[in-house]
Ligand binder design. Structure first.
Ligand code: PLP
Length: 402
């Protein structure tokens, strides 16, 4: 009898991504990822919601799709249509919404419906790594549009669209996180939204609006969604419960015209996203979502203040950043000689995990000395200790802070 373990390698088809590394646990001070605030997670409310909805409707778990059809649990879509109208000005019904397994699945469904190898899309220059990597894996070229303190620069967008047109290229979409952008936390003002939509219409390019942080602006105010402002149905909108309730639930959603929704639905072949989390969210959010948000924002804002104070104390002028308008991230610029990709493993060895700027930008050179720090998941004490440890490593390796 052979004793060697079975070898799968000869059977793997070409084009498979490299093998994943095994998870080795989180470091002590983890400023990475989009993890949320454990203190503000509404645990008692979720427990009560689970008990209530399961006692009332639990037997519908015996059907695929909870008797609600392939677009997801009806009560959750009803909650969302009301919420999106109230908060984002979006006039849609439950029939315009598709529940997905996190908004990452929404990104995949939109991409797999619209994109082919060799395509071009426009995206904010500093941008969500998950979006950039998906495009690169698909063989799609992301053209970065620079941002300023008010988000995507419309003059640059206009130039890029004109340039591409001159080359005979029609981009497949303009991807944007207009409300509390990741990683810069900027909010695109109303006039820029109107100008962006006008350009999109002029060039016949749809807009892909990723809105998962929109409920986390400190003021609680936000401009209307691009989806709400378009009168020709050229916007695909995605959202998520990851940033407002909990990322581990894996519940996101798409709002889109039926012409494109019907194509996405046709490639969502998983027989429905997880039912229990949809039921619990619908039950909890219908009664408590609007009361939960101010609690969450307050807790996040306090942690951000701790992070900014700690950076000022330990890095001084060597750490430059704008006070974000909301969200869970701080986008920090260190002195030019700091190579964030080199800092990353050194910090990791000292128990501090950071997201190096080049991984969150299509302009790797300009983002060389940037870091993205998530402040939501750590305690105030851990934030202080983590920043102190990071400053020590940075000083030792790069002489900054001086
Ligand atoms: C801009 C953006 N879009 C989408 C996602 C994916 O989130 P989820 O799949 O948890 O909904 C994230 C997560 O951090 C994000 O920052």
């Amino acid at each position: 009898m052979p004793t060697a373990p079975f070898d799968f390698t000869a059977l793997l088809p070409a084009g498979l991504p490299p093998a994943a590394a095994r998870w080795t646990g989180r470091v002590k001070y983890d400023f990475t990822g989009g993890n949320n605030d454990p203190d503000a997670l509404p645990l008692d409310g979720l427990i009560a919601a689970a008990e209530g909805v399961l006692r009332r409707e639990g037997r519908t778990l015996s059907t695929y799709g909870l008797n609600s059809g392939p677009q997801g649990y009806r009560a959750l879509r009803d909650f969302l249509s009301g919420k999106l109208q109230r908060d984002a000005g979006i006039n849609c019904s439950a029939d315009d919404i598709l529940i997905t397994s996190g908004s990452l699945q929404a990104l995949d469904l939109v991409n797999n419906t619209l994109l082919a190898r060799g395509d071009t899309v426009l995206i904010e220059e500093d941008c969500y790594q998950g979006s950039i990597n998906r495009l690169l894996k698909l063989g799609v070229t992301p053209v970065g549009i620079p941002l300023d303190r008010d988000g995507m620069r419309i003059d640059a967008l206009s130039n890029a669209l004109a340039d591409l047109k001159a080359k005979g290229i029609r981009p497949k979409y303009i991807y944007t996180i207009p409300t509390v952008q990741n990683p810069t936390a900027t909010i695109l003002p109303l006039e820029r939204r109107a100008a962006l939509l006008q350009l999109a219409t002029e060039y016949g390019v749809p807009v892909f609006e990723d809105d998962c942080y929109a409920d986390l602006s400190w003021s609680g105010e936000r401009p209307p969604a691009l989806y709400a402002m378009s009168d020709i149905g050229n916007v695909i909108y995605i959202g998520s419960f990851s940033k407002t309730i909990a990322p581990a639930l894996r519940v996101g959603y798409i709002v889109a015209p039926w012409s494109i929704m019907s194509r996405m639905l046709a490639i969502k072949t998983d027989a429905g996203s997880g039912a229990l989390e949809q039921m619990v969210l619908a039950e909890y959010c219908t009664a408590h979502f609007t009361k939960h948000l101010p609690v969450l924002r307050k807790s996040l804002r306090a942690k951000l203040v701790t992070l900014m104070e700690s950076l000022r104390e330990h890095f001084g002028a060597a750490a430059e950043f704008d006070d974000p308008q909301g969200g869970i991230f701080l986008w920090v610029k260190l002195p030019d000689n700091v190579d964030a990709l080199k800092l990353y493993p050194l910090a990791q060895a000292a128990g501090v995990a950071i997201n190096p700027g080049p991984e969150w930008s299509v302009n790797k050179t300009r983002a060389r000395s940037h870091l993205r720090l998530c402040f939501a998941n750590l305690s105030h004490e851990e934030i202080n200790q983590g920043v102190a440890a990071l400053a020590e490593v940075c000083k030792r390796e790069f002489g900054a802070p001086a």
